[in-house]
Ligand binder design. Structure first.
Ligand code: SAH
Length: 201
């Protein structure tokens, strides 16, 4: 039913939809919220963060135009749900989380389910320079501006999807790196994310 509702809301990337069909979202929810896992809503997780709304996961993942074996950087591992969806699509995933509690719990859960991203505890504003460049970069927290480190760590021809704006409303930007220092930016509408914060906790 959830997947059907995403189709009705305009998600038409069948690879993304079947990846989401394969990920048991209830396992990524906080205690007490499991029953609501297949509703199209964001929900609270530990450390005052949220698991993204399925529509948002589907929308961001579609914008990334994922190809199998893409090298992808995710900023904001959170529950690990979006990471699992990307791994279902066959990417090589690097994911960073600044909340130690979430870093630990998502890594354990993903590994228990047979998903093995390269998980890092740190500040996503810095990206992962030693593993750059990336084919795709996905930011799953609301950024006040586009972090220069991340644009630099994108391959030429690569795509970054990043919600950018104020604390209470962000524009979903799709940034395509045309050449070194040259980018094309598309705006895909308003979303609301928890904030992208500096440093680690
Ligand atoms: N992709 C997640 C969404 C979690 S919400 C999911 O599917 O559940 C966004 C996450 O980004 C939060 O866990 C928050 O702690 C994290 N975050 C915020 N700023 C960050 C930063 N600078 N570096 C890494 N993670 C960050």
């Amino acid at each position: 039913m959830l997947i059907d509702s995403l189709r009705k809301k305009g998600i038409d990337n069948e690879d993304v939809l079947s990846a989401m069909m394969n990920v048991p979202r209830h396992l990524f929810m906080a205690k007490g919220f499991e029953e609501r896992a297949y509703q199209d809503n964001a929900f609270p997780i530990a450390a005052e963060q949220t698991i993204s709304q399925p529509y948002t996961v589907a929308f961001q993942t579609s914008l990334l135009e994922i190809k199998k074996s893409d090298k992808v950087l995710e900023v904001g591992t959170g529950s690990g749900y979006q990471a699992a969806v990307l791994l279902e699509l066959g990417v090589k995933l690097y994911t960073i989380e600044r909340q130690q509690e979430l870093f630990k719990s998502s890594k354990l859960l993903l590994n228990n389910l047979g998903y093995y991203p390269y998980s890092y505890y740190g500040d996503g504003y810095k990206g992962l320079p030693s593993y750059a460049p990336f084919d795709k970069i996905l930011v799953t927290a609301g950024a006040p501006e586009i972090p220069e480190n991340l644009s630099e760590q994108l391959k030429t021809g690569g795509i970054m999807v990043i919600p950018t704006g104020s604390r209470h409303s962000q524009d979903m930007l799709k940034i395509i790196k045309i050449s070194e220092g040259e980018y094309k930016t598309e705006n895909h509408g308003k979303f609301i994310f928890v904030p992208m914060l500096k440093g680690k906790k």
